[in-house]
Design a protein around this ligand. Sequence first.
Ligand code: ADP
Ligand code: MG
Ligand code: MG
Length: 875
Amino acid sequence: MAKKYVYLFSEGDSSMRDLLGGKGANLAEMTNLGFPVPQGFTITTQACIRYYEEGELICNDILEEIDEKLTQIEQITGKKFGDSKNPLLVSVRSGARASMPGMMDTILNLGINDEVVKGFAALTGNPRFAYDSYRRFIQMFSDVVMELPKSTFERIIDDLKAEKGITSDGEFTADDFIKLVELFKQYYKEQLNEDFPQQPKQQLIAAVKAVFRSWDNPRAVVYRRMNDIPHDWGTAVNVQAMVFGNSGDESGTGVAFTRNPSTGEKALYGEFLMNAQGEDVVAGIRTPNPIAKLEQTNPQVYKQFVEISTNLERYFKDMQDLEFTIERGKLYILQTRNGKRTAQAAVRIAVELVEEGLCTKEEALMKIDPKQLDDLLHPTFAASELKKRTPIASGLAASPGAAVGKIAFTAEEAKKRAMAGEKVLLVRLETSPEDIEGINSAEGILTARGGMTSHAAVVARGMGRCCVAGCGDLVIDEEAKTATIHGVTYGPNDVLSLNGSTGYIYEGAIPTVEPEVGGQFKVIMDWANEVRRLKVRTNADTPEEAKTAVEFGAEGIGLCRTEHMFFEEGRIQPMREMILADNKEDRKKALAKILPMQRDDFKAIYEVMQDLPVTIRFLDPPLHEFLPQKEEDMKAVAKEMGITVAAVKDKVAALHEVNPMLGHRGCRLAITYPEIAEMQTRAIIEAAVEVREEKGYNILPEIMIPLVGDVKELRYVKDVVVRTAEAVMEEKGVKVSYEVGTMIEVPRAALLADEIAKEAEFFSFGTNDLTQMTFGFSRDDVAKFLDDYYEKQIFESDPFARVDQKGVGKLVKMATELGRSARPDIKLGVCGEHGGDPSSVEFFNLVGLDYVSCSPFRVPIARLAAAQAAIKQSK
Ligand code: ADP
Ligand code: MG
Ligand code: MG
């Protein structure tokens, strides 16, 4: 049988999400459940993929299937597509596997034309409504399919309003809409040199193609990259019989969540508008009513809606985001999906769904996006401080959190100042999609206009950025760079504090407090611990970082970078002396100064970690990073070493490397200067002995040799370590355990992992360098051309943020297998940026590593991601 590309809603169900997209699958499921859904059909994601494969064409067999299903919908509805007496009008709606809200546009009222509109007017006895529907269709079709600017249509509407001296669309008469239709068609013809298409079939196919094309629009591409959605999924298209919320005062349209998407509170939350269509509710043309008011407007419909939404939530076992339309008193459900929510709401809803018996712990864990947890881990305003302050104004609490910063008046300015290290708030009249990067760079967003569903609010919530929207008391002059609130004027250097959880705005900076990781957050984290196999460690170079990480549940340190310790005040000088020394004696003298500092650093970290393992990496970076560049620094070194400044300059020049990332760094340093390895070993072991004696902790230092590509490199450094460690323990008369292992970050090490494992008690995959060297991309320069790679669809994501499973992942997998074949009990972990990236964590779990290590604030993310990985694997 030929492959099927088009399904009636009654032929699908919610398990067919990959094929029908989220919207289509749920429309099908609701149809099966007997809910009032206007009928229609779904053109599958496979059809979209074929459309691209065949050079952006819809082939005949699919066109025939569409025809066939359209006929069936005509039979079901008793209406006819393109018929002027009893016309079937449809909506054309995109819907990918993962919901991509607002990414692709919907076309309503398709099938209308100059003839049909007349019949439609006669049939409904409501010409005003008929021509309103027609002009809306022309607007949407022109925008989505033909890419004519929306704003021109808005301007034509505004001009007519001005001409008539009216202010709202509601005041337009039927004749006004007839006139708008004419004006719109004229404009269309002027711009495109062709008449507005009158053939309904032609309209339909053009619209379907436009949805397929929209899969590839820049907004969608960026959204996919930010949300790990593969490009090759494609989108489905839903063609659905129209119901009309704009057909009179008994009609309306609305959106609702079954729980509050901002706080998670269990209560119906939403908005509706009577005599309105589609996006009117969110477009801000009229002020919508809170959903509770529907109980007065139409108690019957309200009751039915509450019932349906409760059922849908029970059925899908999650908070639902519903769209509905009322047509002359009859309720229709147009969409349901698991609703987007803030991190705070996500945690609360997950815990409460389990408490209510609606789902299991495992199911609940799968409902939280690990990346979102980040939002919960950031500071809020100190309650005690907040009490002392009086807000200068308030707006809508659009996205929770606390933000303090100076005022930036444009997105560009926000981005620039943030890059220069300033903390800024983006303060604007309202935001638009072009402001995305500015929103991302800002600590928080404040707008004068717009509601809970305004662009700023939606985007900020998605990014976990604090946002106060629609502050009516705020007057902004972008040119003059001033923001005035109740007569007080603030400029680019003034600091404001925003509370996104209450909507209050304060003058000056309010101190923030660290987040509290208790309550429902802790419940989720405990559940995560019950199911995950992969351990989570942290990358920490200081006791403070280690402490934060342990509070977040880190089970050890996976990477302690010793070089960071050398950059501190008072340390860099002996380090420079060590590097510039030209004989072993001088080098040893300099190292002797460093030893006690390094030992104390380790002691402080051990004391935080107690009995948890600590992986310490030997000095790794290119030495020149430490060298003096400024004249005064050179003088200081010269003086201390008793040499001339000129001699220092010569040495600095001699150490210059053309390609330092591939230069004298990593274990190569210890091979040239074994005294460095000796000093570091001594510091590590002495600290372990002392902490054991002073505090009784059983410290297990894991000494990690970086940048190994050949087993002989490792063996050489390891010999130094073992010799020194034994000597130290001999001196102290105490034995402590320690391990020696290596990083796998040079591709050659991955290829020869079995040989290397003979000498290594553990491997830690340094996936940053491994990515750099596998691709041959410089970590520090790749950003300059990655955008071109995205644009030309060579890459979908940044391989330094999300591990490249195909190539780099293959090396990890191979090294894991080779390593275990040579040493079955070898400990395996990852210590790159990837250790805190959920999709990478899933991969590392699958490969069978023992742990991932990530920065302290990402520990909870990794814990949840590891739990989700285990749940997925067990299925
Ligand atoms: P999005 O994915 O952006 O939410 P939708 O496809 O859900 O886009 O369409 C947006 C809105 O258009 C819906 O919320 C609904 O109000 C309206 N709409 C879509 N299809 C129909 C239809 N068949 N009848 C009436 N209104 C519709
Ligand atoms: Mg929708
Ligand atoms: Mg490295």
